[in-house]
Design a protein around this ligand. Structure first.
Ligand code: LMR
Length: 389
């Protein structure tokens, strides 16, 4: 039977983990998969996560099932962190998911249930966006979101894509810290998007995976909050992987913002039903950790402080990189103003491969670099290798 299957290519981004690990050269540099690293190259566990885990170990009394929606208190706290008081909770359907990818897949399956409408995707985007939407049977329409040579968001293209979208179409937006470009939308641009969404009768699906990694915890959701303040309906896919450093715990949530409490209940039941037929229930541990942190002001303060220190480290690396790279590519000075973990360099695939084989510098073929993969001490050397190409 299995002969009917064709071998599939490994995920090119995740394959970098194994390739990097297998490279025995000293001084190798991993700018591949989006994982935060500190100045020693470690991906730390937040102090608040350790404290919450200790508390859970001491107080948790059962491992009985939680249910397809997951931890309801986690959902309440997370929604508050994301949306503040922008939307009454009664209009919001929340379901805990296995990571941000699980949230996106549930959203895509829900869109398919609504009627298989298309989804608009600005390119380049996270490489897993198209496969997730395709797997759910959605039709993807693309437009160019970012111009790599000039390092700028092509906002005119966003506007014309939304103007050309059909009522009922979904539109994927990155809340902040755009993956893979770091490109930033201003609040005025978010408001323009919101106006178009309302005029055209579109459904925004906002991917929020890096809250706190860009300008700050509040600033990174400012555009999203403006949007939620004016659109009647939206989907928000949240990942706790980076913001809480819980990567392997697969912690996230999908929130459906609806027009009424009755509609929220319908959306919730559909999301829960999709979860039940996909994986039944989400893993508990990461959500219990996030809930414990967000429910305790002291833990929350400590978590936010550590997150801010990470953000500042990335900002410092961005400044140094921009300074060095603009000598080779004038436009790369923009790296300093971009936000989050990623920027994308104007490299050919052959140049990316040369960096890998000649210098043990790893990044995906797209030329995306994980800013947080760099240590301050190695920035000058890496810039020299980039500019020697
Ligand atoms: C990335 O873009 O590198 C991260 O979001 C990790 C992943 O799952 O792709």
């Amino acid at each position: 039977m299995f002969d009917a299957l064709a071998r599939q290519p490994d995920d090119p981004l995740l394959a970098l983990i194994g390739l990097f690990r297998a490279d025995e050269r000293p001084g190798k540099v991993d700018l591949g998969v989006g994982v935060y690293r500190d100045e020693t190259g470690r991906t730390p566990i937040f102090r608040a996560v350790k404290a919450a885990e200790k508390r859970l170990l001491e107080t948790q009394e059962t491992k009985a099932y939680v249910g397809p929606e997951g931890d309801l208190a986690f959902l309440d706290h997370l929604w508050k962190l994301v949306a503040g008081d922008t939307v009454e909770r009664s209009r919001v359907a929340g379901v805990q998911t296995p990571g941000g990818s699980g949230a996106l897949r549930l959203a895509a399956d829900l869109l398919a249930r609504i009627g298989g409408r298309g989804i608009w995707l600005g390119l380049p985007s996270w490489p897993n966006h198209p496969p997730i939407f395709k797997a759910a049977g959605l039709t993807i329409a693309t437009y160019d979101f970012f111009d790599i040579p000039s390092q700028s968001v092509i906002f005119d293209n966003v506007v014309s894509a939304l103007e050309g979208a059909a009522p009922g179409d979904a539109v994927l937006l990155h809340a902040s810290c755009h993956n893979p470009t770091g490109g930033v939308l201003s609040v005025a641009q978010w408001l323009e998007i919101a106006t178009l969404v309302n005029q055209r009768g579109l459904l925004p699906l906002v991917d929020l995976a890096y809250q706190g990694f860009g300008r700050g915890l509040e600033q990174d959701v400012a555009g999203l909050r403006h949007l939620l303040g004016v659109v009647p309906e939206a989907l928000v896919a949240v990942s706790c992987s980076k913001s809480f450093g819980l990567y392997r715990e697969r912690t996230g949530a999908i929130f459906g913002v609806t027009a009424s409490p009755a509609s929220a209940d319908t959306v919730r039941s559909n999301l829960a039903g999709i979860a039940r037929t996909s994986y039944s229930m989400p893993p508990d541990h990461g959500a219990a950790v996030v809930r414990t942190i967000l429910a305790d002001p002291e833990l929350q303060r400590d978590w936010a402080e550590e997150l801010e220190a990470m953000r500042l480290r990335m900002t410092g690396i961005r400044q140094a990189l921009a300074e060095g790279l603009r000598g080779r590519w004038q436009s790369l000075g923009a790296v300093a103003e971009q936000e989050g973990m990623f920027s994308i360099l104007p490299l050919t695939e052959a140049e990316v491969m040369r960096l890998r084989t000649e210098h043990a510098i790893y990044m995906p073929a797209s030329g995306r670099i994980n800013i947080a993969g760099l240590k301050t001490a190695e920035v000058a050397d890496v810039i020299a290798k980039f500019t020697s190409l």
